[in-house]
Write a protein that binds this ligand. Structure first.
Ligand SMILES: Cc1ncc(COP(=O)(O)O)c(C=O)c1O
Length: 396
């Protein structure tokens, strides 16, 4: 079967030597990244401090503008931040929990780091975190999220796609219900942007954060926060920095937030990361997110079929519209098997409670999936996994 997206393979060097099935953790590096990083070094070496004026100062918003079309946002609506945990802290720091709205609604399957910072800040701010449980450890019932929202809810902060199971939540439904009760919504879209269509205007989300390092192939250090225009100027983060000041070079004693998205910037950004960050999103845009989603849905369905044929447990949602880009195989000795796969240049990761996570992306061939599953069969049948028995579950 012809697969037009495979023409992008040559843009990613690691695909020449590995079966790279881990884009849910770290997307493959585009071939152009070394040039961009060399440009960063050259700019610094040759221009010194003048680099701020010629190139660096505007980068956090320029890179944000590169990502904006992938989430249905317009120019000037996305700022780059170092990581999603920081983005969550930024959003929480902009809210006032003292006026009767003192509750944050999350789910039991949100990414732990985001929970940690929310729990800690909520305690300091005198707010409450209501955690909606999962009945099956795979999905979250949107009705339960909606039922948890009341007139005390300041923010509903949930994942768009759950990191453990790749279950897709109906963001628009949650946003509508939250807005009806006067609450704002922040979506953690780390596992949706780049692998399935995301549209902040259609969902109506007030905030959306994600990062480029997984499905967008942009490397670590490039995360982003979208802030809807209606809240962008009404709220200002307490975690503010001079780059978000209306007059940063006046070095005034007190903070006057800049108009627009710039007020969501903090202090000096990690410039090298921003040089790398835009390369992957550009390729994803060129490949086309609808085409990527179509292929992802087909390949994840194939993985589920392969698991079913063998009686391997997969927790991945069966309904395609509920399934993100990852299928976890919870085979016996999953951790040890995952180590053997790595030794064979089949790059996957392992998560306790989920198993071996296999994440095809637009550059993955169908053959690579068959080969990976055949390798799992062989590792189990031959007992090769035993070499790793008793080792700890160190993350990849
Ligand atoms: C849903 C989700 N949110 C957040 C993160 C990570 O956040 P940070 O950028 O703070 O490391 C991950 C990482 O895997 C994730 O899966």
């Amino acid at each position: 079967m012809s697969d037009a997206l495979l023409r992008f393979r040559e843009r990613f060097p690691i695909l020449e030597t590995t079966n790279y099935l881990v884009s849910n953790s770290l997307g493959a590096m585009p071939r152009t990244v070394p040039e961009r990083l060399a440009e960063y070094a050259r700019t610094w070496a040759e221009e010194g401090v003048r680099a701020w004026g010629s190139a660096w100062w505007g980068m956090p918003l320029q890179v944000g503008d590169t990502i904006a079309p992938l989430i249905g946002a317009a120019e000037g609506e996305v700022a780059m931040v170092p990581n999603v945990t920081a983005a969550q802290a930024l959003v929480l720091s902009a809210l006032d929990f003292r006026g009767g709205r003192d509750t944050i609604v999350m789910t039991a399957l949100d990414f732990p780091s985001v929970r940690y910072v929310t729990d800690a800040l909520a305690e300091k701010f005198g707010a409450r975190v209501v955690v909606v449980p999962s009945e099956d450890g795979v999905s979250i019932d949107e009705d339960a999220v909606i039922a948890a929202v009341d007139d005390r809810t300041a923010l509903v902060a949930v994942s768009h796609v759950l990191f453990r199971s790749a279950y897709v939540l109906d963001a628009a439904r949650i946003v509508k219900a939250a807005h009806d009760r006067g609450a704002l919504v922040a979506l953690d879209a780390f596992h949706s942007v780049g692998v399935l269509p995301v549209d902040v205007k259609a969902s109506g989300a007030d905030f959306l954060m994600g990062g480029v390092l997984k499905w967008l192939c942009g490397g670590p250090g490039g995360c982003f926060v979208y802030v809807a225009p209606r809240v962008r100027d009404a709220l200002a983060p307490a975690l503010a920095g001079w780059m978000g000041h209306a007059r940063p070079f006046a070095f005034e004693d007190s903070m006057t937030p800049s108009p627009g998205i710039a007020r969501w910037l903090g202090g000096t950004p990690a410039i090298p990361a921003l040089y790398a960050a835009a390369e992957g999103p550009k390729i994803v845009r060129e490949a086309g997110i609808e085409r990527i989603r179509e292929k992802s849905t087909r390949q994840t369905a194939r993985l589920i079929a392969l698991a079913d044929e063998r009686g391997y447990t997969v927790a991945a949602p069966r309904r395609p519209e509920r399934r993100g880009g990852t299928v976890a195989f919870d085979v016996p000795h999953a951790y040890e098997v995952s180590r053997c796969l790595l030794e064979r240049e089949i790059i996957v990761d392992y998560r306790p409670g989920a198993g071996i996570r296999i994440a095809p992306h637009f550059y993955t061939s169908d053959d690579e999936l068959e080969l990976a599953v055949a390798a799992i069969d062989e590792i189990l049948a031959s007992g090769a996994w035993q070499r790793h028995a008793g080792r700890s579950t160190v993350v990849t």
